[in-house]
Design a protein around this ligand. Structure first.
Ligand SMILES: *[C@@H]1O[C@H](CO)[C@@H](O)[C@H](O)[C@H]1NC(C)=O
Ligand SMILES: *[C@@H]1O[C@H](CO)[C@@H](O)[C@H](O)[C@H]1NC(C)=O
Ligand SMILES: *[C@@H]1O[C@H](CO)[C@@H](O)[C@H](O)[C@H]1NC(C)=O
Ligand SMILES: *[C@@H]1O[C@H](CO)[C@@H](O)[C@H](O)[C@H]1NC(C)=O
Ligand SMILES: *[C@@H]1O[C@H](CO)[C@@H](O)[C@H](O)[C@H]1NC(C)=O
Ligand SMILES: *[C@@H]1O[C@H](CO)[C@@H](O)[C@H](O)[C@H]1NC(C)=O
Ligand SMILES: *[C@@H]1O[C@H](CO)[C@@H](O)[C@H](O)[C@H]1NC(C)=O
Ligand SMILES: *[C@@H]1O[C@H](CO)[C@@H](O)[C@H](O)[C@H]1NC(C)=O
Ligand SMILES: *[C@@H]1O[C@H](CO)[C@@H](O)[C@H](O)[C@H]1NC(C)=O
Ligand SMILES: *[C@@H]1O[C@H](CO)[C@@H](O)[C@H](O)[C@H]1NC(C)=O
Ligand SMILES: *[C@@H]1O[C@H](CO)[C@@H](O)[C@H](O)[C@H]1NC(C)=O
Ligand SMILES: *[C@@H]1O[C@H](CO)[C@@H](O)[C@H](O)[C@H]1NC(C)=O
Length: 837
């Protein structure tokens, strides 16, 4: 055993000797004198390090040690065994100041011993002041002032101030601070521990603060921030991110130059589970008559404050079982009052109902550079980054923001009909209230949601100025447009009819059910345009199609029209119609953008029906199989209806077409030539038709239909036919299809022979039950075999009279809707309704 001990000693001696041998020449010797009775302790110890390197020792009296503690009255001389001791050692100088047992040395705090005699090591000066509970201690930071940093942050120059206090025996961390900031004074009670950390290379040779005694502050601490100009300070509750001590009070005071304004925003906070009292913040705001102003932590905090103010955080008695955690991190932003901050805007929504207006930051890409706060203030007092005003009251708002283009507003208004009997035929103008137009913030969206009882009412949108649909071919270039959407067949899905702007050919848009109309602005000039009544919504009898567009083209330009849900495809099993008017002296040319739609049906069939309103003659196209018609001419108003199947995913249905008008004369000649050319044939057909009409009048129902529609969404033809047979007389959705190739023979050429294919018996039902003349096939007059129509009434929209047009042989009695089944609501869109409200 003894031998082993001796061996170890010898080995150690060798190591020491080697160390001495390697001691570099010229290594500086240090002498640190700690005066007697100074209650200073100096400790040199290994740092937290770091890089793997050769060991380094403190050499004192030829001994190699790794820690050196120097107490009052000692004066050791030592060197380091390496040339870069700063990579190994740190020095900690702690001074205990006991104000309990004797007079307290207040005033400027010195770095003692002076940094000039200390080795260049990372140094931490610690002042631990203990005082009586009644004594307030104040740390004053002349210059530089302090900036609080959160957990994980560091100071760029490496100089940090860690300040803690004491509640009885428990240490409380007040915070860690860097040297460039606003914190000028920290007042505490019962004692304070301040640790100043200076990296070894830092030339600082002063403590930068003084200590003063103050009367009791009756709380944990008070932190004072002084702003000399614009700036921001982020501050945290004691112990952050851990919990604030139970039932404590902490105050922050802010000194703000009178010409600037301050706003408070809470960046993070948590509240604990209070058993007694309530956690809250209290403000003393200059000019407020209700000081202290008490807020919950979750409230919007005050802003736009002129002058000095203070803010206190009050904890509560926490539930011992489940205390939770109270903590707060907040920012005070001081900036020049913006011009707008002196202006008050009154937004009177007291006469509005179910409306909400939100002013909020416009979404922007985050940038690294400092951006000033931009606040909206309610009654000039409560400022926040966003603000929602609700209808029913009058609001006064102002802005604390240098650039109001950073904000925008969005408005939502509900117009609900709960009793269809009351709403029926009522109209509401969709108008932006004037006060909203006067605000200095861009109106982004104004959205009206018009809600009606399911299957009771439909809606009609009538613009003051005809609308244009936004298409790639003819984009809207106005300062605003309307986005029209509705609840579609599947309730979860919105059906987007598209964007519409003033200056087009669309006279009205009828929508089956709940519609949302969103006015979206694109240029500031919309204020003038949007203040005029733009759009009126009316409650009309319910109908079954998703939408009906009434289009009156003008002679000057092409009208481009797109099917709804353009980019995602028309929802399955929905149907949309366009009622396209052709003036008397004009001929319309209908052109489709594509040859084929590309739709692939999973179930059902997708169809398009083009029907002359005058004659009810129609062409039916299977959108799946056939090519779309070549440009075709229409001498009378006509319908375009598309009905979708359940398309396979990715093979959606969308259609773009356009209509142009040309004076009729040219076309008439063509027609006349065609008529003369086909003279005999036509006479023959005329004869046939007369015969048919007679038959019809006798209700023989020997119709020519090769297919029959019903109004239910059922695209399985065989089942449908079965169903049809069970139908009651009252069913209004029964149509017959005829083969009227002969009647419309002249059109055959125009449409490239693509209509009236023999497979008409596979039609998908047409959904429409429109009052006037939906594109249903003419139910009489054909030579095709008859399917018995179960209705006793004559099919709608048929008149036996004939007009002098050379190419028509029968035509409907205009507006003959009186004998329609009353179960079917009639559209009756002809008479524009006056707004009632
Ligand atoms: C000295 O302080 C700096 C930062 O201030 C740190 O990176 C370094 O590790 C410290 N040195 C030692 C030996 O602890
Ligand atoms: C203080 O310095 C840091 C780092 O240099 C900088 O990010 C911060 O903005 C400065 N703060 C103030 C209040 O000057
Ligand atoms: C601190 O250093 C500056 C020069 O860097 C010197 O003027 C000043 O006297 C020093 N102060 C103390 C207390 O050593
Ligand atoms: C500060 O301390 C001195 C002496 O210790 C005492 O006379 C004075 O009243 C104290 N001031 C306050 C505000 O407590
Ligand atoms: C603090 O509050 C945030 C939300 O403000 C919450 O997500 C988080 O869980 C809370 N933390 C604790 C410790 O309660
Ligand atoms: C807060 O400010 C008010 C008014 O300026 C003042 O009366 C009060 O003493 C201040 N409180 C603290 C804790 O600073
Ligand atoms: C604010 O008002 C001052 C004078 O009252 C004017 O010079 C300045 O251009 C205004 N700034 C803005 C952004 O309107
Ligand atoms: C409008 O109605 C919807 C529900 O239908 C509701 O969530 C929303 O809050 C209402 N908006 C307003 C402003 O009343
Ligand atoms: C509005 O502010 C509140 C808190 O101030 C926040 O919770 C909400 O997400 C903000 N909304 C928007 C749209 O910025
Ligand atoms: C329309 O809105 C009303 C009221 O919110 C609702 O009862 C009805 O079911 C909605 N209709 C559709 C088709 O979603
Ligand atoms: C908008 O487009 C129409 C034609 O599409 C054109 O006549 C009008 O001048 C355009 N207006 C603006 C402001 O560009
Ligand atoms: C079709 O449009 C014309 C012209 O705008 C209109 O007179 C007619 O009533 C419309 N038909 C239906 C059923 O909406």
């Amino acid at each position: 055993m003894a031998g082993l001990k001796r061996l170890v000693t010898i080995a150690l001696l060798w190591i020491l000797l080697l160390g001495v041998e390697r001691l570099p020449l010229g290594t500086e010797a240090f002498e640190i004198a700690v005066p007697q009775g100074s209650s200073i302790t100096v400790l040199i110890k290994l740092g937290t390090l770091t890089l793997p390197s050769k060991p380094c020792y403190i050499i004192i009296s030829r001994r190699h040690v790794t820690t050196l503690s120097i107490k009052s009255g000692e004066r050791p001389v030592f060197t380091f065994s390496c040339q870069n001791p700063e990579n190994h050692f740190v020095i900690e100088i702690q001074k205990n100041i006991d104000c309990m047992s004797g007079p307290c040395p207040f005033g400027e705090v010195q770095l003692q011993p002076p940094t000039s005699v200390l080795p260049a090591l990372n140094r931490t000066f610690i002042w631990d002041v203990r005082a009586h509970k009644r004594i307030g201690l104040e740390l004053q930071f002349s210059a530089p002032r302090l900036r609080q940093i959160g957990p994980g942050e560091s100071c760029s120059d490496g100089v940090t101030h860690s300040i803690s206090g004491r509640i009885d025996a428990t240490m409380v961390r007040i915070g860690t601070f860097c040297s460039n900031g606003t914190v000028s004074r920290i007042k505490m009670q019962e004692g304070v521990k301040m640790a100043l950390h200076l990296p070894w290379f830092h030339p600082r040779n002063i403590s930068g603060f003084s200590i003063a005694n103050r009367s009791s502050i009756k709380r944990l601490c008070i932190i004072e921030s002084v702003f000399e100009g614009e700036g921001a300070a982020t501050l945290m509750s004691a112990n952050y991110p851990e919990g604030f001590p139970e039932d404590e009070l902490m105050t922050w005071q802010f000194v703000v130059p009178p010409h600037l304004r301050a706003s408070v925003s809470f960046l993070n906070f948590n509240v604990s589970n209070c058993e007694r009292k309530e956690e809250r913040v209290e403000y003393y705001i200059p000019g407020s008559t209700t000081n202290p102003e008490v807020f919950k932590l979750g409230d919007k905090q005050p802003g736009n404050m002129a002058g000095n103010f203070n803010l206190s955080l009050q904890g509560c008695d926490q539930d011992a079982q489940n205390p939770g955690i109270l903590r707060l991190r907040f920012q005070v932003l001081v900036q020049h009052p913006q011009n707008e901050s002196n202006k008050l805007y009154v937004v009177d929504l007291s006469n509005e109902r179910a409306m909400s207006l939100t002013i909020e930051p416009r979404p922007v890409k985050l940038s690294r550079k400092f951006v000033r706060g931009c606040f909206v203030c309610l009654e000039s007092r409560t400022c926040s980054v966003n603000l929602t005003l609700t209808s029913g009251s009058k609001h006064t708002i102002s802005f604390l923001c240098d650039d109001l283009t950073r904000l925008w507003m969005n408005v939502e208004k509900n117009i609900s009909c709960t009793d269809h009997r009351y709403c029926h035929r009522r109209s509401y103008p969709l108008l932006v209230p004037r006060d909203i137009l006067l605000l200095p913030v861009e109106l982004h969206d104004f959205s009206w949601k018009v809600l009606v009882p399911k299957d009771r009412l439909s809606l009609m949108l009538v613009p003051a100025q005809k609308l244009q649909q936004h298409t790639h071919e003819r984009p809207c270039n106005t300062s605003f447009s309307y986005l029209v959407a509705s609840a579609s067949a599947s309730p979860s899905q919105e059906l987007y009819f598209g964007f519409f702007c003033p200056g087009g050919s669309i006279e009205q848009i009828q929508v089956k059910q709940n519609v949302s109309v969103t006015l979206r602005t694109f240029a500031p000039t919309f204020r003038e345009e949007a203040s005029r009544p733009g759009l009126t919504v009316s409650f009309i009898p319910h109908f079954k199609e998703e939408g009906i567009f009434t289009v009156t083209p003008d002679t000057k330009s092409k009208v481009y029209l797109k099917s709804p849900n353009w980019d995602r495809g028309l929802p399955s099993l929905t149907s949309v119609s366009w009622n396209i008017s052709v003036p008397r002296d004009q001929v319309a040319c209908l052109t489709f953008s594509k040859e084929r739609t590309g739709v692939v049906c999973q179930t059902g069939r997708a169809f398009m029906i083009i029907q002359e309103q005058h004659t009810r003659a129609e062409e039916i196209f299977s959108l799946e199989e056939e090519v779309l018609p070549k440009p075709s001419f229409h001498h009378h108003s006509f319908w375009v209806n598309i009905s979708n199947c359940s398309p396979a995913s990715g093979k959606q249905l969308d259609l773009l077409f356009w209509v142009t008008l040309t004076p009729r004369t040219v076309d008439l000649t063509v027609v006349v030539i065609a008529v003369v050319g086909a003279g005999t044939l036509l006479l023959f057909v005329l004869g046939l038709i007369i015969c048919c009409v007679k038959k019809k009048k006798k209700k023989t129902d020997k119709g020519p239909a090769v297919g029959i529609y019903n109004g239910n969404i059922n695209t399985q033809m065989p089942r449908q036919l079965k169903k049809l047979k069970e139908r009651k007389d009252s069913d209004p959705h029964v149509y017959a299809v005829i083969d009227d190739t002969m009647v419309y023979g002249h059109l055959l050429q125009d449409s490239g022979g693509s209509f009236l294919q023999p497979e008409v018996d596979t039609y998908r039902p047409f959904q429409g039950t429109m009052g006037d003349c939906p594109p249903s096939p003419p139910p009489t007059c054909s030579r095709a075999p008859t399917v018995k129509l179960t209705t006793d009434e004559p099919p709608p929209c048929l008149t036996p009279e004939s007009e002098s047009e050379p190419y028509t042989f029968s035509h409907p009695r205009n507006g003959d809707v009186s004998n329609r089944n009353t179960e079917v609501p009639l559209l009756d869109t002809q008479e524009p309704e006056k707004p009632t409200e």
